[in-house]
Write a protein that binds this ligand. Sequence first.
Ligand SMILES: NC(=O)c1ccc[n+]([C@@H]2O[C@H](COP(=O)([O-])OP(=O)(O)OC[C@H]3O[C@@H](n4cnc5c(N)ncnc54)[C@H](OP(=O)(O)O)[C@@H]3O)[C@@H](O)[C@H]2O)c1
Length: 290
Amino acid sequence: MNNDESNRRPLAWVTGASGLIGSHLVQSAESYAPEWEIRGLSRKDFDLTDFPETQRQFEQDNPGLVIHCAAMSDPTSCESEPDKARFINRESTFFLSGLAQDIPFVFFSTDLVFNGNHGQYTEQDEPSPLTVYARTKAEAEQLVLANPLHTVVRTSLTAGTSPSGSRGIDEQLINQWQKGNSPTLFTDEFRCPIHADATARAIWELVHARRTGIYHLAGGERMSRYEIGQAIARTQSGSECSVTPGSLQDYQGPPRAADTSLNCDKIQKVISFQIPSLAQSLAQREQQVA
Ligand SMILES: NC(=O)c1ccc[n+]([C@@H]2O[C@H](COP(=O)([O-])OP(=O)(O)OC[C@H]3O[C@@H](n4cnc5c(N)ncnc54)[C@H](OP(=O)(O)O)[C@@H]3O)[C@@H](O)[C@H]2O)c1
């Protein structure tokens, strides 16, 4: 073995690297995971539903870690194309976790695996998905957890700058405001929104701690959709940003979970920092920019 080979860092795959969370994981690796060489994978590299190509790439790279962010993550698209959603979210996750059977594999799931009837869900609560998206994720979780080396992380609404400029909840609102809209946001639908900066840091710490099983990773404050909109509006000084209060009671459409706030005590005991609320993360970002 020559010197170059013996000094080579182990390779980590991050799928969905062109998405919101995947891109933050790749960007933050230099700070939080310098011992890994990162290959951020997007659909341009290969499509994860092309199993022979996925296997060929896996065997060629021989990664020592996979963080699997790629997904059909928009619940509305999943509702209209359920077979496609199932194939990407469930089947390709199962295939990839099989390739990664001997190494750590971190799968991103969602707070929406719960029906939202009570909120503050813990890892012990049984999933009760209401939608196609949530069902595909809940089923994939079970497949992943069959391997004791593997980890499921359920997260929530996420803010941050994404490569497409349209994936962060803050980006989506700002795009609406730029069009002159005042989006209607529910005052009675609750989540624990998190910034992708915090998500990425916590995931790298979880990987270092070699934790397996299920973890909840969400922001430090339970907020209504309307409160989330107001918090983001406050960061947009100088421009015309407003949100209109609405109620789930008046909503008609696919089922929505009213309160999928997550109890994150379990991961909080593993990581070195207090998971910030969305407002804290946005304020910290503003300070960095100023
Ligand atoms: N962001 C949230 O609010 C949130 C909340 C709860 C859970 N999650 C979960 O967290 C994970 C990351 O979320 P995110 O917001 O970063 O998602 P995202 O921005 O939608 O990114 C998903 C990525 O997956 C890629 N992808 C989709 N199908 C693919 C395929 N067949 N082959 C290869 N790549 C494929 C997409 O590529 P293209 O751009 O080419 O389509 C995109 O880069 C997802 O599993 C999501 O379900 C996210």
